[in-house]
Design a protein around this ligand. Sequence first.
Ligand SMILES: *[C@@H]1O[C@H](CO)[C@@H](O)[C@H](O)[C@H]1NC(C)=O
Ligand SMILES: *[C@@H]1O[C@H](CO)[C@@H](O)[C@H](O)[C@H]1NC(C)=O
Ligand SMILES: *[C@@H]1O[C@H](CO)[C@@H](O)[C@H](O)[C@H]1NC(C)=O
Ligand SMILES: *[C@@H]1O[C@H](CO)[C@@H](O)[C@H](O)[C@H]1NC(C)=O
Ligand SMILES: *[C@@H]1O[C@H](CO)[C@@H](O)[C@H](O)[C@H]1NC(C)=O
Ligand SMILES: *[C@@H]1O[C@H](CO)[C@@H](O)[C@H](O)[C@H]1NC(C)=O
Length: 286
Amino acid sequence: MFFVRSALLLLIYLCYSSFGYKPVILLHGILTGSESMELIKSRIEEKHPGTKVYNIDRFEGWSSLENMWYQAQQLSQNLTNITKQHPDGVNFLGYSQGALLARTILQATPNHTVHRFISLSGPQAGQYGTSFLHLYFPGLALKTAFELFYSRVGQHTSVGNYWNDPYHKSLYMNYSQYLPYVNNEILSSKSADFKNALTKLNMMVLIGGPDDDVITPWESSQFGYYDGNGTVVTLMDRSIFKNDAIGLKTLYDKKKLKIVTVPGINHFMWHINVSICDNYILPYLD
Ligand SMILES: *[C@@H]1O[C@H](CO)[C@@H](O)[C@H](O)[C@H]1NC(C)=O
Ligand SMILES: *[C@@H]1O[C@H](CO)[C@@H](O)[C@H](O)[C@H]1NC(C)=O
Ligand SMILES: *[C@@H]1O[C@H](CO)[C@@H](O)[C@H](O)[C@H]1NC(C)=O
Ligand SMILES: *[C@@H]1O[C@H](CO)[C@@H](O)[C@H](O)[C@H]1NC(C)=O
Ligand SMILES: *[C@@H]1O[C@H](CO)[C@@H](O)[C@H](O)[C@H]1NC(C)=O
Ligand SMILES: *[C@@H]1O[C@H](CO)[C@@H](O)[C@H](O)[C@H]1NC(C)=O
């Protein structure tokens, strides 16, 4: 009898320790691949033993520049495949462009079973800065980039899809086929799905900081953005929040929206800094 009870307790303990945390899906940023997320993966495996981590290895390198909707549709199939194997839900973390893409995948998969979504320095409200592109497109100038991006050709690229030039708002609204839709600035037949897909999250965590130097303005990592005069308006004062366009206010009112600001972190450090992982990512994984 004693033996049976101990064996049972041991079994319960083993179950708890191996299934204590939900699986985690990781999505890399632009012009890199899954290897860039290996530190976060191994840290999760080390600190939360037994956690299954899926590190997405599609749309790496140049193919990360493909149209955002196309990438989201494709990866939506991966998400469905993964979550079918984990009925209790999974957590999803994206870094940089991958953070915006991960959110789009959720919105493109309205019946998803993602529990918590972590956005690690992603251009959630758009991007108006070219420094990260200079390595690949040395001639690209900030003030005229809209001419390239707000065109049929420009919309074939991921960056064009979320390029948000505050001084050319009507061109953005007319030509951008992605960001105004996914943020429900332009309503479509999908708008209700887009909102429901986010509202059903158990938690959304938006991590960013003032020393990022790539995400511009850095507040975009938390849905803040420039107004028409180039002044940054933070999330709570923007209509996307006040009108609850995509469910951010609903999440906030339920205390499910976490805004995390960390100074002193350059964009290319967020995903490879162990202390960021330990202090700002692991605590949000359940
Ligand atoms: C679905 O997941 C299984 C198990 O991880 C994997 O072997 C298979 O390649 C996946 N299929 C697709 C279409 O993602
Ligand atoms: C994602 O889907 C692709 C293509 O179906 C498959 O080859 C790959 O293994 C999947 N990856 C994951 C992490 O499920
Ligand atoms: C969600 O819908 C897709 C497409 O209709 C389907 O293949 C998938 O099985 C559904 N997933 C869940 C978790 O119900
Ligand atoms: C945007 O489209 C509207 C309606 O078609 C048009 O009146 C306006 O001139 C366009 N704006 C720009 C900057 O192209
Ligand atoms: C731009 O600034 C002016 C003067 O400060 C202000 O009256 C106006 O509302 C601002 N416009 C926008 C779009 O923020
Ligand atoms: C790593 O993150 C910590 C904050 O958690 C910060 O103090 C430190 O400066 C960072 N290191 C680098 C190299 O960015």
